[in-house]
Design a protein around this ligand. Sequence first.
Ligand code: GLA
Length: 740
Amino acid sequence: MDPIKFNPQTRVFTLRTRSTMYQMQIERYDTLVHLYYGANLGDAEIVHRIVNLDRGFSGNPYEAEDDRRFSLDVLPQEYTAEGNGDYRIQGIEIRHPDGSNCLQLKYRSHKILPGKYSLPGLPALFARDSSDASTLEILLADSVSGVEVKLLYGVFPQCDVITRAVEVINNGSSRIALKKAMSLELDIPKRSLDMIHFYGRHNMERQTERRPVCHGIQTIESKRGMSSHHHNPAVILCDRTATEDYGECCGVVFVYSGNFQCQVELDQAEQTRLTMGIHHSNFSFRLNPGESFIAPEAVLTWSGKGLEQISHHFHDAFRKHLIRSSYVNRHRPVLVNNWEATYFQFDEKKLYGIAKAAKDIGIELFVLDDGWFGKRDDDISGLGDWYVNEKKIHGGLPALVQRIHDLGMKFGIWIEPEMISEDSDLYRAHPDWCLKVPGRNPMTSRGQLNLDVSRKEVRDYVMGQIFQVLDACQVEYVKWDVNRAVSNVYSLSLPDDRQGEVLHRHMLGVYDMMEQLVSRYPDLLLETCAGGGGRFDAGMLYYSPQIWCSDNTDAIDRLEVQYGTSFLYPVSTMGAHVSVCPNHQTGRTTSMDTRAAVAMSGTFGYELDLEHMADEDKKLAAAQIKEFKRIEPLIQSGDYYRITAPGDDHNAVVWSFVAKDKRKALVLGVTLRKYANPPITLIHLRGLEADAQYKETGSGHVYTGAVLMYAGIPLPVPETDYQAVRFEFVMLSCLDTLML
Ligand code: GLA
């Protein structure tokens, strides 16, 4: 099967993955029309679905002459421009020097290439070898202005994903202003779709909302200079009847960590158009003749078997082709982080005490969080001063780290390189290094300002300071945080008419800093973070194999946060810790067992004062760490199933991991309320081999996969509120079955 084929007779492009197919056609007047995205239909060319009608008030291109049935306003297309009589949401808008905004994009040429395209300076999926992926480049051009648009398609047959990106090239002789450049446009000739998206807030990220796609435009977006706690840059469109394992669904994840806009429009002909890309608010890129702009990548997948398959496609694609870190399939050291244990109040004795207690129960990595540098005794000072505060850490950081290394533990450290406090030596020396609109007082947030990392000298200075610390201490892990949104968007390094470039250049600056870090320390374990999960996106996964999921460490709230996150991102990327109870964010008390069941469904760690932990809890923690190490390979590389959902009528949130070879399954979860005279809750497993025999390791009971999936098993009746659920199943071999 050729992943990419072009039929010169019909002028149809076919992109094919294991179970999906994507088609487009160069139609009349060299218009690139979208034909189909759905199940793999072999050699069929889906040209018959385009129905041309004469629709009032939908005009026709000049070259269509008296053919009133050819209108861009209703035709499904691959990439559309403003100013052409297509009044729906569009891919691109430019402003010519004469003030006009028209672009007539016509097919000009194409190339089919082995391997996967890359996007300089931007995160993107990659092929490990050229057989993993193929690339299609289609060049569209506007003959009047010379503006060209290169549509890039990366086809990953094994993971069932197709990536899209766009390069806008000014091949004309005049300067243009690029006002909008979406990365992906997808026309779906269907109505009655639902849209699932992931909204939230600090401490409660990626909540799941499902709503019908209605006429007009529905938007999710971030204008915060980061992908944000408030909307994740991803969407799933699905049949109204779709469930976890039934129905057609299509998912899009944006591989970008800054401003984004995702829009879905149901048009007059009951067709749906989806766009995803950089938000066009406060965006304007000047392109001189010969210059080009790259719109970041979006990843697309389709499932004919419900939502779980969308998640499996994304999880597999991200684990294999996005996360570069060698930690992706390796044991992640179980860590202890001192943030909730000490906040800013610590000295080297306290830190060493926690590390020592951690070592005793089997923890492998000590992470020193915020407060170790500059004059950082609270959150309004010190950012930018990346040298150790010896008033807190007497004797210096290298000496403390040496003692921690001597315990046989790894050492990790927190940084926030994109920020500056007004009360810092860096600000006193370089007050012009932050984003600030001249003549106006800046908006502060958590008492800090954004460094202007669109400037190379700023990036290089900050990273140079941080590298000195990392080199001196031989740091093995870094937590890279960002604790405010971007505002005061103005860079003193750019002329007035380029200020619309600042936000994107800022993001490119962040990526450049992260690239400097990971290429200098290839074995470093990097965890990114943004006031918890405010930048949990595919762009970050290119640099860091794990992201702190939320500042909310309450196991019960985390059920919802981790549930929403799981639709898009692998469980192995979700930073999750056991913290103290009553929980610092909610005041809720849950058992150690429950907290561990939730934190194990992520990158496992602890975030509490181990010096003050009861001996009984220490014993439990030591056992949990052993347990996690045993099950980690399944959690890291298995297929994830959402068995029940928060808010449904199961009174429990339950999920499972099934090994790729289906020989093992682990069910974890939490029952919610304990009721008097309780109802019985049955759960139905998924993804097992129907005919195989599975032994439940706790009770020793043997069931067929079919029984577990279709008859279900009852959850234990809860003895308290919030009780952990845990079942493990192993497939019996033929020999075991004979001996039964
Ligand atoms: C953010 C992070 C926390 C912690 C604090 C430190 O809120 O999400 O985990 O690192 O910053 O200031």
